[in-house]
Ligand binder design. Structure first.
Ligand code: ATP
Length: 215
């Protein structure tokens, strides 16, 4: 049985915060693979067209190409339409029936989880890893007592310390604390305020410049 983490998001663009999560969780959960799944759909902003899924996919491939265990999945991009997490997780469950699947999300997504389609089922068909995010409190009250019984709080720990339990659980970790947001990054880039290389991997920074993506 392999342990595989899937990290869904827009990744517009992938930044060093996303990459730190991948590297840290690989070690902490002793994962066989960590897979980014870029969404087809980018949130539409009134002032600019959404960044093409192909560009976002390409940047993820460039950012991860040197690490064998970190991959990018075309699953959602190939569908060519907006997908719900429940559909993606059901498909992954079928594709990897014998493996242990972890779905990764940041603390902001966790606090919004009840707005997700079939959110209770989402939290039941795979394991989840919730990574705390500066500026967002990681509460557990909003999900109710039945789900909170399956929460394993690893905050304050640098390793899982034998606390990976059987069955689908929700693991909370603060092992990565990076105050970075793709939205703020895009704003700074379009204002010409940011040195590209501080928040992006060098190959992604070069790609953003070459294709003039956020100016
Ligand atoms: P935005 O600022 O536009 O919300 P983002 O930086 O959150 O963008 P997304 O592609 O929307 O990037 O995020 C994908 C996933 O990564 C989400 O689950 C989000 O919560 C998580 N995430 C992103 N940045 C961080 C961070 N600094 N710490 C923890 N989780 C993060």
């Amino acid at each position: 049985m392999k342990k595989i983490a899937f990290f869904g998001g827009t990744f517009d663009p992938v930044h060093v915060g996303h990459l730190a999560i991948a590297e840290r969780l690989l070690e902490m959960f002793d994962l066989d693979e960590f897979v980014f799944i870029p969404a087809f759909h980018a949130p539409h902003k009134p002032d600019r067209p959404p960044t093409s899924a192909f560009h976002r996919y390409a940047m993820l491939c460039l950012a991860t190409e040197d690490v064998d265990r970190i991959k990018v999945s075309p699953l959602e991009v190939e569908k060519g339409e907006k997908r719900y997490t429940i559909d993606t997780l059901s498909e992954l469950r079928e594709q990897f029936p014998d493996d242990r699947i972890f779905f990764v999300m940041g603390g902001d997504s966790w606090m919004d989880i009840k707005t997700w389609r079939e959110w209770e089922k989402v939290l039941t068909i795979t394991d989840h890893i919730v990574v705390s995010r500066p500026g967002y409190d990681l509460n557990i009250d909003h999900v109710g007592s039945e789900i909170s019984e399956r929460i394993v709080d690893l905050r304050g720990l640098k390793a899982t310390a034998g606390r990976l339990e059987k069955g689908c659980h929700i693991y909370l970790t603060d092992a990565v604390e990076m105050d970075i947001s793709a939205t703020e990054l895009r704003i700074d880039l379009s204002d010409g305020k940011l040195d590209l290389t501080t928040m992006l991997s060098p190959k992604v920074a070069k790609y953003v410049e070459k294709y003039d993506l956020y100016t």
